[in-house]
Design a protein around this ligand. Structure first.
Ligand code: MLT
Length: 262
């Protein structure tokens, strides 16, 4: 692990290989990508990092924005001397990925969008974020995480994954109130990137859990239809954390896709 501008960054593989920047979801950490790293680091320079406020990264004042999170992603590429990378984001990481593709397309040779969507929060979604913040304030971040995390995965995955799910939960339980609330606010304030989709001129792989209740297969297939160069893979027996719940299936789709990114 190295600290780059107070962000915990983890680099795997040879820096001479093509780079992939992984952006994790909420309220997770870089550790969610461990099986993607294991499968890809022989041929790719895999960079993961903990988003501001989560994992080992600095919490600061909790006043986060997706714009700042895009700045962070680009700053990591700059610090590593990487001109262009493939960017792979899950859910909140996908919101950051989509805005990065809209704002700085010159920095990316391809993108992998896992269990995410281009639409901004609806009014109901924003009210739900506010309820989340209220819950963190009244019951504490641990209570919030214990209730929220199981809603993300396909329920049978919890038993099937056993210790792997418990490790993920324990990792999320280390995240504090300021970081969690800051991410909820950043997601509530994010822009809608739907109009950017037809202008994304790099290959995009979309990976969606069959049972994802946050960004359903229908939502992701619609998004794929708006992208000029897209492949959409639906992963069976997975929810909102498809690469974590079904790593072999997700990794095989990712491995087939990466050579398209030049
Ligand atoms: C995530 O998985 O990153 C978040 O749950 C997405 C969201 O709440 O919109």
């Amino acid at each position: 692990m190295k600290l780059i501008n107070n962000l915990a960054v983890y680099c795997h593989g040879k820096s001479s290989h093509p780079a992939i920047l992984f952006v994790h979801g909420f309220p997770l950490t870089a550790a969610m990508w461990s099986e993607q790293i294991a499968a890809l680091q022989d041929k790719y320079y895999c960079i993961t990092y903990d988003l501001r406020g989560l994992g080992e990264s600095t919490v600061g004042d909790g006043q986060y924005t997706v714009e700042q999170m895009v700045d962070d992603a680009l700053m990591i590429l700059d610090a590593e001397g990487i001109e262009k990378a493939v960017i792979c984001g899950l859910s909140m990481g996908g919101y950051i990925t989509l805005r990065a593709l809209e704002r700085n397309p010159e920095r990316f040779s391809g993108a992998i969008l896992c269990d995410t969507k281009a639409e901004a929060d609806t009014n109901a979604g924003k009210i739900n974020r506010a309820a989340g913040i209220k819950k963190v304030n009244s019951s504490g971040p641990e209570h919030y995480v214990r209730d929220f995390l199981p809603t993300t995965v396909y329920q049978p995955s919890i038993e099937r994954l056993g210790g792997k799910y418990t490790t993920l939960l324990n990792d999320c339980l280390k995240n504090g109130a300021i970081g969690i609330k800051g991410c909820l606010l950043a997601m509530a304030a994010r822009t809608d990137t739907t109009r950017a989709l037809p202008h994304i001129q790099v290959p995009v792989l979309l990976v969606c859990g069959e049972h994802d209740s946050f960004s359903s297969p229908a939502i992701m297939q619609e998004m794929a239809g708006l992208l000029p160069q897209s492949t959409c893979i639906i992963i069976p027996e997975a929810g909102h954390l498809a690469p974590f719940e079904q790593p072999e299936l997700a990794n095989s789709a990712i491995r087939d896709f990466l050579p398209l990114c030049k």
